[in-house]
Write a protein that binds this ligand. Structure first.
Ligand code: ADP
Ligand code: MG
Length: 238
């Protein structure tokens, strides 16, 4: 059974329909990348999986449960955004532990989970710093740390690397993949960057104008693109 299932999902903003009946099955532990040009509906779809956006039709299922009416905080997910959304007046440790504090977890449990996440992300020496004292890559790792401490069933990433310079993007791609290999958490990762999609995905979902054009492993899409749009976008030879 799919860990995340998107079934005939539709999104309308008033009379404007931006997602047109999308179907995606994501297996337990799979790293799925949603890719497509700006404005094709990637963030909207991710936000519907997160529960941050109401769905206009169809259903989203997480861990075998339809979650259409479940609040984001009651879904077993953690989301990492491109702008990090760290609290400037909290330390790295406080930022990472904040989701657990909100849930009322005991202090010693929070400290232990923050310590473990900090080890995984090489943040041990930075726990007492404030966000403004960190580099872009370090801030991104803190944002990932905040997701990890919750130990969710599903990670959602929305263009997490797009504010970083090219060199750091490559480093962080590798780090995110290593993290996935270590934790095996089901991941849905949004990007408009074909290279990110090709190098990171177990499975790629190519989107265009609110539709899915093709779903497949990176090499399948490259070798057997369903149409000229996919071929052009993935960069297959004509
Ligand atoms: P992507 O993440 O692929 O760049 P989005 O999901 O952000 O695309 O947007 C998909 C489409 O939905 C775009 O045409 C965008 O303008 C539109 N859209 C997104 N959010 C809203 C909103 N709150 N109200 C109206 N239209 C929106
Ligand atoms: Mg977007």
């Amino acid at each position: 059974m799919a860990q995340v299932a998107v079934r005939n999902v539709v999104k309308k903003y008033g009379s404007l329909q931006v997602i047109h009946g999308v179907n995606i099955d994501i297996a337990d532990g799979e790293f799925v990348v949603l890719v497509g040009p700006s404005g094709c509906g990637k963030s909207t779809l991710l936000r519907m999986i997160a529960g941050l956006e109401r769905i206009s039709g169809g259903e989203v299922d997480i861990g075998g449960r339809v979650v259409n009416d479940v609040l984001p905080k009651d879904r077993d997910i953690a989301m990492v955004f491109q702008n990090y959304a760290l609290y400037p007046h909290k330390t790295v440790a406080e930022n990472m532990g904040f989701p657990l504090k909100l849930k009322g977890r005991p202090k010693d449990e929070i400290a232990a989970k923050v310590k473990k996440a900090a080890e995984i992300l090489a943040l041990e020496k930075l726990l007492d710093r404030y966000p403004k004292q960190l580099s872009g890559g370090q801030r991104q790792r803190v944002a990932m740390g905040r997701a990890i401490v919750r130990d969710p069933q599903v990670f959602l990433f929305d263009e997490p690397l797009s504010n970083l310079d090219a060199k750091l993007r490559v480093t962080m791609r590798v780090e995110i993949k290593e993290l996935h290999q270590r934790l095996k958490t089901t991941t849905v990762y949004v990007t408009h960057d074909q290279i990110e999609a090709m190098t990171m995905a177990d499975k790629i979902v190519v989107m265009r104008d609110g539709h899915v054009e093709q779903i497949g492993a990176p090499l399948d899409l490259y070798d057997r693109p369903a149409n000229t749009f996919v071929a052009g976008f993935i960069g297959s030879p004509a």
